[in-house]
Ligand binder design. Structure first.
Ligand SMILES: CSC[C@H]1O[C@H](OP(=O)(O)O)[C@H](O)[C@@H]1O
Ligand SMILES: Nc1ncnc2[nH]cnc12
Length: 300
């Protein structure tokens, strides 16, 4: 039941300090109702320089009125999937847990540690349809490589790091110093409050998902230094926001080509077809109907 009227294959999710995409012609704003409710805000559909469509969604809403815990992530991912989205580039402001990732550097994590507290619905399944998505590699290696090729466009001396581990905490208060040290001892490189369940739900919806983390602070593990504040985060988001837009414009041609030729590896299409466990006669018809919105024909 992919929405052929819209047929938008690429989406961008903007986080703290990134509430729009500049430099692209806006075509329309849509707000589809999903079986999991409405998205954080209207989804803005724009035209790329090559004439393709691209969707933008502000994770916390434009004006930032949703805490990380309150973001309706299932509705966000379902709404994007329903528009036809196959690829999500998700931006996030993160704290750095490593000396070598100063504020303004960008990070493409390939691993993730879940420190959310079970307050966020984190699956489209349950209620009579059981399925288990593979999540050993929580981000998309092909997308990460495609993005990393464009590191040179970053300004303000920013570097781009690949193959790092993100920690996703519940928030909204920041970590204690003890927690920050613990995350470092676990191998965490950056920390945010948004990578989960966004990445997991994208995987369940068979959407290739890569988060672009933008370092804004050193969290609070540097013992004699001031701990992270919203003020520090937003100060650094000035430069980060500019770099985010520059990077996005730089990767678009390659991304559009990869999506239209279906060359992104791994190819997630069809991956959920064989993830289901529930016998057809035992499936709850109401849940089956909801799942038709994102994975049409898979469980009916
Ligand atoms: C404003 S600092 C904490 C806040 O910033 C990040 O948001 P996003 O990932 O949407 O850029 C982090 O995850 C927290 O939600
Ligand atoms: N230090 C931090 N902890 C969690 N989320 C963040 N987002 C930006 N900086 C952060």
């Amino acid at each position: 039941m992919v929405n052929t009227v819209h047929d938008v294959k690429i989406a961008v999710i903007g986080g703290s300090g990134l509430y729009n995409l500049e430099g692209l012609e806006v075509i329309e704003e849509v707000n589809p109702e999903t079986p999991w409710g409405f998205a954080s805000d209207k989804i803005i559909i724009s035209k790329t320089p090559s004439g393709n469509k691209i969707a933008f969604l502000a994770r916390h809403g434009r004006g930032h009125y949703l805490t990380p815990t309150e973001v309706p992530v299932r509705a966000n991912i379902a709404a994007l999937k329903h528009l036809g989205v196959e690829v999500i580039i998700a931006f996030s402001a993160v704290g750095s847990l490593r000396e070598e990732i100063p504020p303004c550097d960008f990070v493409l994590p390939d691993q993730l540690i879940d420190r959310t507290r079970g307050l966020r619905p984190s699956t489209f399944f349950g209620e009579g349809v059981v399925a288990h998505a593979g999540f050993a590699e929580p981000f998309h290696a092909g997308l990460s490589d495609l993005i990393a090729k464009h590191e040179k466009v970053l300004e303000f001396g920013a570097k781009l790091h690949q193959k790092k581990t993100a920690v996703c905490m519940e928030g909204p208060a920041f970590s204690t110093r003890a927690e920050s040290h613990m995350y470092r001892s676990w191998g965490g490189d950056v920390i945010n409050m948004s990578a989960l369940p966004e990445s997991k739900l994208a995987r369940e919806a068979e959407i290739a998902y890569q988060m672009i983390c933008m370092s804004t602070d050193y969290d609070c593990w540097r013992d004699n230094e001031e701990a992270v504040t919203v003020e520090t985060v937003m100060q650094n988001m000035g430069n980060n926001g500019k770099n985010a837009k520059t990077l996005l414009h730089a990767i678009l041609p390659d991304l559009e080509e990869a999506v239209s030729n279906n060359t992104l590896v791994p190819n997630l299409k069809g991956s959920m077809k064989f993830a289901g466990m529930t016998a057809p006669e035992k499936r709850n018809p109401k849940t089956v109907e909801k799942l038709e919105f994102i994975l049409p024909g898979y469980y009916c």
